[in-house]
Design a binder for this molecule. Sequence first.
Ligand code: SAM
Ligand code: SF4
Ligand code: SF4
Length: 351
Amino acid sequence: MTQLNVVEIKKKPNPILFDAMPISGPLVDRFGRVHSDLRLSVTDRCNLRCIYCMPEEGLECLPRENILRFEEIATLAQACFDLGIDTVRLTGGEPLVRKGIENLIKLLDEIGFKDIALTTNGILLPKVANLLKEAGLKRINLSLDSLIEERFSSIRRRGELKLVLNAIETSLQVGFNPVKVNCVVMSGVNDDEILDILEFGRKKGVIIRFIEFMPVDASGLFKPALQLSAEGILNRISERYDFVKVGDAKDAEPAERFRFLDVDLEFGVIGSMSRSFCSTCNRLRLTADGAFRNCLFATDEVTVREMLRNGASQKDLEMMIRRTVWGKRRDHGSDDGNVERPNRSMSMVGG
Ligand code: SAM
Ligand code: SF4
Ligand code: SF4
């Protein structure tokens, strides 16, 4: 396992040779990774301002006319589906601030995706949970970084802890399965709550996933000292619980999975930086304004909005998708192990 350096990269990466790109068969990249998962960011807007993601003030929103309509998203999703992408996740920004999101879920369900999932901060969930389920949403991930009210407020800056707790209850009642709860761990900020949050998960029967803080925040708060590595997180957990590893991070599941020995429940650790899972990455991303990206950390992307609005042919969409996958770099948007901050922050790309 390598610890990655976050650097400013000045030299241009080596050119990618497209002559060798297959024009039929699975969506494979130059490293043999077959792609089967699509993350759709449906908005860059959010009703919270988490310190690890967005600045408190001043982040400009994308112009409304640039935001893809649901039908445009579905056209790209259909083209991806036809090439073997079979799981899809809606994210953002906060996906539930996008009005009528259940209509997009219906369109995706009609396409035939075998799994449709959503990542949300939960604030608006209780009102729409049933609608989302009926539309075809299968799984849900919620974010919870603290069980202490004042700390919740200082990390998330808006919203209230009780609303998120309520959203977790609602998700269980409505029958999303499994319900996963994401916690971004920051040293000296909330790392002293790892065991409490895990205990909360055990009591509720939800899968807690601890995420390493990544340098994808819009305000530039990230610094290595704020990051507790996956190993550090696991060491803390082993102070109280016995567990075994049951799965590596792979495909659409970026977490290393562990099972408690005394309870029939898993938890996960997402070591995006210290235990990179790029070698099995199968993900593609579409931003709210129609940028098609092959990596969360990519510093380039393909703008497909105009293609979608101008009625691009199936063949053109297919070639664009194949080229995007073929152009994917080995890890974290680079081929040499150095990580550059991506050209868009997390809330703009979609986590
Ligand atoms: N608004 C929704 C939410 O918060 O769940 C969905 C979008 S959010 C960008 C998706 C996930 O990214 C959340 O679980 C959030 O905790 C995580 N995230 C955001 N910024 C992060 C960062 N700098 N490092 C690691 N995870 C981050
Ligand atoms: Fe909003 Fe999610 Fe980013 Fe928090 S992590 S600011 S809830 S998009
Ligand atoms: Fe995939 Fe890029 Fe994330 Fe690596 S850094 S897992 S290649 S999206």
